[in-house]
Design a protein around this ligand. Sequence first.
Ligand SMILES: *Cc1c(COP(=O)(O)O)cnc(C)c1O
Length: 344
Amino acid sequence: MKDLQLLVRPNIWRLQPYSSARDEYSGHVAKVFLDANENPYNKPLNRYPDPLQTELKKELAKVKRVAVENIFLGNGSDEAIDLLYRVFCRPGRDNVVAIEPTYGMYRVCADINDVDYRPVLLDEHYQITAEKLLDACDENTKVIWICSPNNPTGNNLMREEIQTVIELFDGIVVVDEAYSDFSNQLPFRLELRKYPNLVVLNTMSKAWGCAAIRLGMAFASKEIIDLFNKVKYPYNVNSLTQQQALESLKDAFDVEKWVGTLLGERTRMMQAFNELPICEVVYPSDANFFLAKMTDAQAIYDYLVADGIIVRNRTNVQLCKNCLRITIGTKNENNELLASLRKY
Ligand SMILES: *Cc1c(COP(=O)(O)O)cnc(C)c1O
C-alpha cells in the first residue's frame, strides 16, 4: 500500500475539521449544557446526538468483532460510499475501478464527485480474476470496488481473487459485505489487521431488518476511520437511529432466525423458479435474493406490476439480459409471486 498521505486528497489531509460544541469538553462529567444553543425544554429530542456514536459503536464492536476505533457509522452505507470519494479521489483527475455489474451507487457517487469510473466486466459465472481488476488500474486509481455477495448477481466472488487484489493493489480496496450475514464465507471485516488498505462496508438495512433507520458501517484502519470522521457531517447519525440501532442489537437472536428462515425460503423459491416454463436460468445465490433469467423479463415484470407484485427488472444491466432480481419475502409473499407467475 502507498503511504496513506499519498492516497488522500491533499485538501482533506490538511483539513481542519469542524469542532462541535460537544467535542470540546471531553474527559469531564458535565451536568449543565449551555454550550450548543439548544432549547432546554422538549427532552430528550432537544439535545444534539453523540457525534461519534460511542455507545452504539461499543455494542456493534461486540456483535461484529471489530474494535470501536475501526468503526465508522453513517446515514446508510451510501454515506460511506460517498465519503470514500470525497476523502481519496481528486475530482477530474483520479479514477476508481469496479466490478460490473454491481451496486449502482458506486457509479452514481463517482459521477457526482466527477471521478472517472472504470467498470471491469465479470465473466459468465459472474466471477472476476484479480489480474483483470489490477490491469484496469493506473497511477491515478485510488479505489477498487468489490461487492461480495454481489448485487444484483447474488453470488460471492472468489475469496482468493479478492485477497490477491487487496494484497497487490497499492490503493484502497473496498469490499461491500451488505449481504455477508446470508453467506457462509468468512467476512473480510475480520481480516482488517492484516490489510491496512481494506475498507469493509456493512449495513443494518438487510439482514438486520432496519432499512428505515438508515445506518451503515465502514470498517477500516483507525487512520482511515479518522479521515472519515473528519469529513462527515458532525451529527450524521441522529439520536432516534442510534437508539433504535441499540435496541435492535439486543435482538441478534432474531436476526439469526430471520436469516435461517429466509435461506430456507430462498432454496424453495429457486427450485420453484427452476420449474417455471418462463424461467430459463436460476443463478446461484449467497444473499437474500436471487437472479433469474426469464423468457421475457420486461413483459413478466409489467405483468407482475399489474398484479401488485414488484420485483427488480435488471434486463438493461450488462450480463443480465432478461433477468429479474427476486428478493426473498415472507412465505406468503413468496407464494403470491409464484401463484402469479404460474398464471402468466
Ligand atoms: C442494499 C445495499 C447496501 C445498503 O445501503 P444502505 O445505504 O446501508 O441502505 C449497500 N451495498 C449494497 C451492495 C447493497 O445492495
